[in-house]
Write a protein of this length. Structure first.
Length: 340
């Protein structure tokens, strides 16, 4: 992590202790764009730092804004040429949510997901994850706005890159750095059980979301290969333990796929799963944006599915779609047409 390496470098040079704080303020809070703008440093120190450390790990390779809702998607080039995507969603309520990627591609192979088709190229570093947020914060700063939420729901499976993800969360949460409240961050996993167990023991109040997408092993095995390693019984047991340890809510993401997981029988099965902890479990139904192979459920099917869950007393929401026109919606991040 830049902070750590940079801190040791400052120490080696016997710089005063406040130099790290000056750097953090400039980078995470003032959002300045380069070493030359770190004006609290003497010129000689700025130049020595610039020789040793890059200010930014990521470069913007392409960017698009959805004219309908202002959703902004960036294709970043990493220093090794890998491409990753991040999305900024602007909510009417004033919230500004950044969806970050944590891997280049993804090895999990979910059948409905554009990223899954790419396979895994490599894990991102904590710096590369954090800088996706910093870039969005710089964009928002021009509008006198700021990042209010971060979701680890872009390319990749966060618990397959556990240490870097946690390091990035701590850097974003650091009150002397970016200062984003832990409760404003959400990590979403496709169901890596050991990751959920480890996450339950963290001392941070970060939210957990589960990409569930199917209420039975038979259906989940077909669309999410992870279910063969961690079937629903194991997954729900791990989530149950998480809630016992943390007493925190868990969001279950559920993409509505026509003829696959959207029948009323599926809704009953889903309600059975959620009944394990009605107080803390919540379902978030998501409109699917076709990336080939599957179609989205129609509105009436979605409504009936939702009504049944509500009748069973399950907390359920329907996710408003962002960025459909620019392929920034769930399952659509694929660094399209570029080498990743
Ligand atoms: S849905 Fe998530 S875990 Fe599954 S392949 Fe896509 S990025 Fe990976």
């Amino acid at each position: 992590m830049k902070n750590k390496e940079f801190a040791s470098w400052l120490k080696e040079r016997k710089e005063p202790g406040y130099r790290l704080g000056q750097f953090k303020r400039a980078f995470y809070q003032d959002l300045v764009l380069g070493w030359d703008q770190l004006t609290t440093y003497p010129k000689v120190l700025r130049e020595a730092a610039a020789d040793r450390f890059a200010w930014d790990e990521l470069e913007v390779a392409d960017e698009k804004t959805d004219p309908a809702d202002g959703t902004y998607k960036v294709l970043f080039a990493c220093r090794d040429g890998s491409k990753i995507e991040s999305v900024l969603m602007r909510h009417e309520t004033g919230r500004n949510t950044v969806c970050v990627s944590c891997q280049v591609g993804c090895p999990m192979g979910c059948a409905f997901c554009a990223t899954g088709k790419l396979g895994l190229k490599r894990n991102l570093t904590a710096d590369e994850i954090v800088e996706q947020v910093i870039h969005m914060a710089r964009i928002l700063k021009k509008e006198d706005a700021h990042v209010t939420n971060v979701v680890y729901m872009g390319m990749g499976e966060p618990f397959n890159n556990y240490d870097a993800v946690m390091e990035s969360i701590r850097a974003l949460n650091d009150p002397d750095g970016f200062g984003l409240g832990a409760r404003h961050m959400t990590v979403s996993t496709c169901g890596i059980v050991p990751g959920i167990s480890k996450f339950a023991d963290e001392d941070l109040q970060v939210n957990l979301a589960i990409s569930l997408h199917a209420p039975t092993d038979a259906i989940r095995n077909k669309i999410m290969p992870v279910n063969k390693a961690y079937p629903l019984e194991k997954l729900m047991a791990a989530v149950g333990e998480y809630t016992v340890k943390t007493n925190r809510k868990v969001l279950f993401e559920y993409l509505m796929l026509e003829g696959v997981n959207d029948s009323l029988d599926c809704a009953e099965d889903l309600a059975d799963l959620m009944e394990q902890n009605k107080r803390l479990y919540q379902v978030n139904l998501i409109k699917y944006h076709s990336t080939g192979g599957y179609e989205a459920s129609d509105q009436q099917t979605r409504q009936e599915f939702m009504d049944l869950l509500k009748r069973r007393g399950i907390k359920v929401t329907f996710r408003v779609s962002f960025g459909e026109e620019i392929d920034a919606a769930c399952g659509q991040l694929a660094a399209k047409g570029k080498t990743v």
